[in-house]
Design a protein around this ligand. Structure first.
Ligand code: FAD
Length: 569
């Protein structure tokens, strides 16, 4: 097939905060350098016009961005010291913090907010709005942004150097045949390709396998965050108030907690995070979130309100020990897909922005040197090491590991870490860390038998006021995919589903997916069942790729523009 080739200097894959900050910073560094040379303030050679492109799989910049979010402004103020004057869309400064422990019926307020959850000086933001705004700043600075362009494949030369990215084809029908509107993907060739795909990037997965970027590192572990926005009838929860909860509905062996943030215009932002290393094969994160809302403390806050938006997304929580090699020939990794999130603070926006900026500085030096090899690009790792990112991540390096032994030991470990600046004193040895899906127990091993599958959430009712089923929630994520295309969720062996997986785990994909994508349906009269993939519901959270116990689900990018249409999230 003939494919158009477009030559750029630098291609950023994914228009998240990491890459947009990187693209913006790079465009400025180049411009400032060229001006300094032209005015005789610098002796170097001018770089001329450097073509910088950002591709994004969503229909617009920000459409696939979902976050809490309380933002630590440290990195944004380095990128743009006058971000407030420049009109960054901030909901409110944080002016009230609280931390609550939930039993089934009570909410016990902690007399002190644990230091990692203190947010004074930070801002409540809608990251999807902030990202769209950063996108505009990039365009004003001459960066080319291409929404609806999913990066589908990495491009390599004969020595395995990355030479760019191939975008996805358009106009392939569900049988895999070309439709009248068929358009082949484009080969975007670049001196450096920067991957900023967010958690569990599909290209990062390909690249890491091919170039062994995870060798000697621990496997990445993830959480899943589920979120709704509510319109409240009054000012009962002001903008800038921030609550974090621990406890109900998660049991002490499951890593989980809730957040409630006040936004402008009486919008309440509420969400729940569950570690994707839970053991209970019948656990359903979406159902847990609904139960969280039924807690009397939360239900009272939502009473009389209206749910207006929903979304879900994975969070890369492994941190310091799970960071892959951050560079190779012609390629750099930034943001969540490189493991920069601080899971103790549930904050990754500031580290994403900073990593993008450091990638830009690395590329700028590489452009001056005319060298894009791994030898030159390893400078990025050095810059990261010398920046404030690494001390921050190193201090919490054993945070997540503590929770492998349950909530109370996890908390004790978190407290200890605070004092010891990250050392674990042998109590929470990380050796033998494993990917989260391996923690999932088989039904029988967890003690489930017979009708337990029906009873696990038998008492949970979706009343359409406080609690919603997945399909209703998905409607509020404004998800759209052209249905006449091949499913982008590749199940590599569907025979396992109706046999081994049904017996061993009770088909957990039906539960861990927060968007009702996976459904076991009757297949004809002989009582057989088969997996039906409702891919058009997919919110691109990547949970299935992460949590499938047999690791036979491969999430790939669908046709450009498909997916959620997040607004104000
Ligand atoms: C529920 C939740 C709550 C959170 N709360 C907070 C918080 O309160 N404070 C905080 O600081 N952080 C929080 N975070 C983390 C924060 O959102 C991330 O650390 C941050 O967004 C990472 O930025 P990024 O640019 O690396 O990736 P992302 O923000 O994930 O952006 C990646 C972009 O790349 C696009 N993309 C991916 N693959 C491709 C491809 N192959 N081709 C084209 N485009 C692609 C995606 O569509 C997306 O637009 C939270 C995260 C979640 C999920």
């Amino acid at each position: 097939m003939e494919r158009e080739q477009i030559e750029m200097d630098v291609v950023f894959v994914g228009a998240g905060p990491a890459n947009l900050s990187g693209a913006l910073h790079l465009s400025r560094l180049v411009r400032q350098h060229n001006e300094a040379v032209a005015e005789g303030r610098s002796q170097g050679r001018p770089l001329g016009e450097i073509e910088i492109g950002v591709i994004e799989k969503g229909a617009s910049v920000g459409a696939h961005i979902l976050s809490g979010a309380v933002m630590d402004p440290r990195a944004l103020s380095e990128l743009m010291p006058d971000f407030i004057e420049q009109g960054a869309p901030l909901e409110s400064p944080v002016n009230e913090d609280e931390f609550l422990y939930l039993t089934k019926t009570r909410a016990i307020k902690s007399p002190i907010t644990p230091p990692p959850l203190k947010n004074h000086g930070y801002f409540v933001v809608s990251l999807n709005r902030l990202t769209a705004w950063l996108g505009e700043k990039c365009e004003e600075s001459g960066v080319n942004i291409f929404p609806e362009f999913p990066g589908a494949e990495m491009l390599y030369d004969e020595r395995d150097c990355v030479i760019g990215v191939r975008t996805g084809d358009k106009g392939i029908d569900r049988e895999g045949k070309r439709r009248a509107n068929f358009e082949p993907g484009v080969d975007l060739l670049a001196k450096v390709t920067v991957l900023g795909e967010g958690p569990r990037g599909s290209l990062v997965k390909q690249l890491s396998q091919r170039l062994n970027l995870n060798e000697g590192r621990e496997p990445q572990v993830y959480s899943l965050g589920l979120k709704e926005l509510w319109e409240l009838p009054d000012d009962r929860y002001p903008a800038g108030r921030v609550s974090h909860t621990l406890g109900y509905p998660s049991d002490a062996k499951t890593y989980g907690g809730g957040w409630i943030y006040g936004m402008q215009n009486r919008i309440l932002n509420i969400g729940y995070v569950i570690g994707l290393d839970y053991r209970d094969p019948l656990l359903d994160p979406h159902a847990e979130f609904q139960r969280f809302k039924q807690h009397p403390f939360v239900a009272r806050l939502l009473e009389g309100g209206k749910m207006i938006r929903y979304g879900a997304k994975a969070i890369a929580a492994g941190g310091f020990y799970a960071m892959p090699q951050l560079y190779s020939d012609g390629v750099l990794l930034v943001g969540d897909c490189a493991g920069f999130l601080n899971s103790q603070r549930l904050k990754g926006i500031h580290t994403a922005i900073k990593s993008g900026m450091l990638a830009a500085e690395t590329i700028f030096e590489a452009l001056l040197a005319g060298d894009f090899s791994a030898r030159q690009l390893r400078r990025y790792e050095q810059l990261v090491e010398e920046s404030w990112i690494m001390p921050e991540l190193r201090r919490v390096r054993n945070f997540h590991a503590g929770f492998k032994r349950g909530r109370w030991l996890g908390l004790a470990n978190a407290g200890l870490q605070f004092v010891t600046r990250g050392r674990h004193w042998g109590l929470f040895d990380r050796s033998g860390a494993e990917p989260g899906h391996l923690a999932l127990k088989k039904l029988a091993d967890y003690g489930y038998h017979g009708d337990d599958i029906k009873q696990r959430y038998g008492d949970l009712r979706f009343d359409g006021k406080l609690t919603f089923n997945k399909v209703t929630d998905v409607y509020h994520a404004a998800v759209a995919h052209d249905e006449d295309q091949p499913a982008h969720l590749h199940v590599l062996d569907t025979n396992i589903c109706a046999t081994r997986c049904a017996e061993e785990f009770g088909n957990p994909c039906q539960r861990f997916c927060p968007a009702a994508v996976y459904e076991m349906v009757d297949d004809g009269a002989d009582g057989k069942r088969r997996l039906q993939i409702n891919f058009s519901n997919c919110v691109h959270c990547k949970t299935c790729d992460i949590m499938d116990p047999y690791q036979i689900i491969n999430w790939v990018t669908p046709e450009g523009g498909g997916g959620p249409g997040y607004k104000n999230m």
